[in-house]
Design a protein around this ligand. Sequence first.
Ligand SMILES: *[C@@H]1O[C@H](CO)[C@@H](O)[C@H](O)[C@H]1NC(C)=O
Ligand SMILES: *[C@@H]1O[C@H](CO)[C@@H](O)[C@H](O)[C@H]1NC(C)=O
Ligand SMILES: *[C@@H]1O[C@H](CO)[C@@H](O)[C@H](O)[C@H]1NC(C)=O
Ligand SMILES: *[C@@H]1O[C@H](CO)[C@@H](O)[C@H](O)[C@H]1NC(C)=O
Ligand SMILES: *[C@@H]1O[C@H](CO)[C@@H](O)[C@H](O)[C@H]1NC(C)=O
Ligand SMILES: *[C@@H]1O[C@H](CO)[C@@H](O)[C@H](O)[C@H]1NC(C)=O
Ligand SMILES: *[C@@H]1O[C@H](CO)[C@@H](O)[C@H](O)[C@H]1NC(C)=O
Ligand SMILES: *[C@@H]1O[C@H](CO)[C@@H](O)[C@H](O)[C@H]1NC(C)=O
Ligand SMILES: *[C@@H]1O[C@H](CO)[C@@H](O)[C@H](O)[C@H]1NC(C)=O
Length: 440
Amino acid sequence: MLTAPLLTTLSLAAGGLAQSISTIQTEGLVQNGSRWDTRLRVDNGTYGPEIEEVHYFYDQWPIGIAVASDGRIFTTYTRGTDQYTLGVVVNETAEEPYPSAALNLGPDELNTTWHGIAFGSGNASAFISVQAVYVTSKTSTRPETLWVLDTGRPTVYNAQMDPSMPYAQPGGPKLVAISLANDTIYQTFTFPSTVHYPDSYLNDLRFDLRANVSGTSGAGIAYLVDSSNEGRPGFIMVDLGTGESWRRLSEDPSVLRGGEDVPSYQGHPFYFRQKGSAIGWQQEGLDGIQLTPDGKTVYYSPLSTNYLYSIPSANLREKDTNPLAELQAHANVSNHGQRGGNANGFEGDSNGLIYQLMPEHNAIYYYDQNDGQTHAFVRDPRILWNDGASVGADGYIYMNINQLPYQPDWNDGVDLRVYPGAILRCKLPNNGTKITSLYA
Ligand SMILES: *[C@@H]1O[C@H](CO)[C@@H](O)[C@H](O)[C@H]1NC(C)=O
Ligand SMILES: *[C@@H]1O[C@H](CO)[C@@H](O)[C@H](O)[C@H]1NC(C)=O
Ligand SMILES: *[C@@H]1O[C@H](CO)[C@@H](O)[C@H](O)[C@H]1NC(C)=O
Ligand SMILES: *[C@@H]1O[C@H](CO)[C@@H](O)[C@H](O)[C@H]1NC(C)=O
Ligand SMILES: *[C@@H]1O[C@H](CO)[C@@H](O)[C@H](O)[C@H]1NC(C)=O
Ligand SMILES: *[C@@H]1O[C@H](CO)[C@@H](O)[C@H](O)[C@H]1NC(C)=O
Ligand SMILES: *[C@@H]1O[C@H](CO)[C@@H](O)[C@H](O)[C@H]1NC(C)=O
Ligand SMILES: *[C@@H]1O[C@H](CO)[C@@H](O)[C@H](O)[C@H]1NC(C)=O
Ligand SMILES: *[C@@H]1O[C@H](CO)[C@@H](O)[C@H](O)[C@H]1NC(C)=O
């Protein structure tokens, strides 16, 4: 059983149904297993391929994950007070800073103040708060690469420990390429303030490294997600040859957060409870993104709606030099309808399936372009918020479990998470494996 934290909460109802307005409920969450004994039909909470427990987190709660071809697993930790923000798994219960501890700014170096306004650090050569990572396979011109997306926007705390997120300043938000052959940074891309706004938040990343992709210099392109809780999300593209970056679909209805979204986690309705602020709703827009194996289509969705969308990637590659670029992009958005819940991160496999992490259902669903429907893939009560996923060259999908709805920043300052966090994995259907067709 969980140990109840000492709280002064307001009871709204007399009798046995007291509800706390201060925290999300954890009733029903148990550790070390329990089973039922009844003749009645029950939902046993699981389906799909066998889930394996790969790794346990005991020191920092993970966000992003990426698996390399040699089996190394990289994890990210948004900051916060964590000592480091990019790590590599070293054994079943520990991770270490990657590629070095020295690349991480200290917790007191993450933000600055200018004219009374809080900004994230502008340091382009050190890590501030890494949200997401992605591994691309070796190409004729690039080593196997770990791509690192630093938001430049840490969470900071005032004297009352109320959290807030300072604005970004140019230099802080960046895309960093680390060679997995020599564990060294070999490229860093930063953004002008007209592309990455002060209130942008870089959330996820995908790549097409083929030389013949239209609208690029021939050294590949990155598709980045700006999930801006402040309300102007969209896509940011980077030409990996010239370093030029531009936006598309900013504030298109398909990238905006849902209105007053109240998801359920473990059967409990979830409101956004940030200490020092009134109770509200999750504000995150565009979040999940996945490129199809032919590079032609980008699937995506906001965190706080139930809808899946796509756009031809060619529309995202069009730059502002084409005066119709934005009109054509908006006109070419496809709405694939609802999928049965909010979705967090996406992944994809060599069979073209679009995997969507479904924290409301402790599950992963996938969208199949062949029948236009969303399908169940795997479900397990151990999936207490799957935050990121990565398909390995071994044909497994790996996911980070971090109990996010129970973190203090969403939960009135109270930490209701219980270590360990976890990396789980399961085998993909029909010999699905990591997409390599985009990395010629
Ligand atoms: C669960 O089991 C582990 C290992 O046996 C033990 O260390 C831990 O205290 C148990 N947790 C609870 C909440 O019973
Ligand atoms: C849940 O039920 C399915 C059959 O529908 C079974 O294959 C699976 O092993 C069960 N899982 C657990 C944890 O009991
Ligand atoms: C795992 O690695 C950590 C950090 O290097 C070390 O302290 C710990 O002893 C290791 N545990 C095992 C079981 O090897
Ligand atoms: C960082 O932000 C915190 C919280 O607002 C503030 O107390 C602190 O002074 C800031 N640090 C700097 C160097 O401005
Ligand atoms: C950025 O951080 C690194 C690591 O702490 C430090 O060596 C470097 O001097 C910093 N650069 C700037 C411009 O502050
Ligand atoms: C590491 O690999 C990158 C990419 O191939 C290369 O540019 C860089 O020079 C290498 N660095 C070292 C220290 O070997
Ligand atoms: C869709 O995008 C293409 C360019 O990729 C463009 O030619 C076409 O006009 C767009 N469709 C609409 C309805 O704007
Ligand atoms: C998966 O690969 C194995 C070994 O190559 C093969 O025997 C099997 O037919 C494949 N299954 C599917 C569904 O393609
Ligand atoms: C682009 O290059 C890839 C491999 O480098 C090739 O498979 C594909 O057919 C090429 N596409 C076009 C349109 O030439």
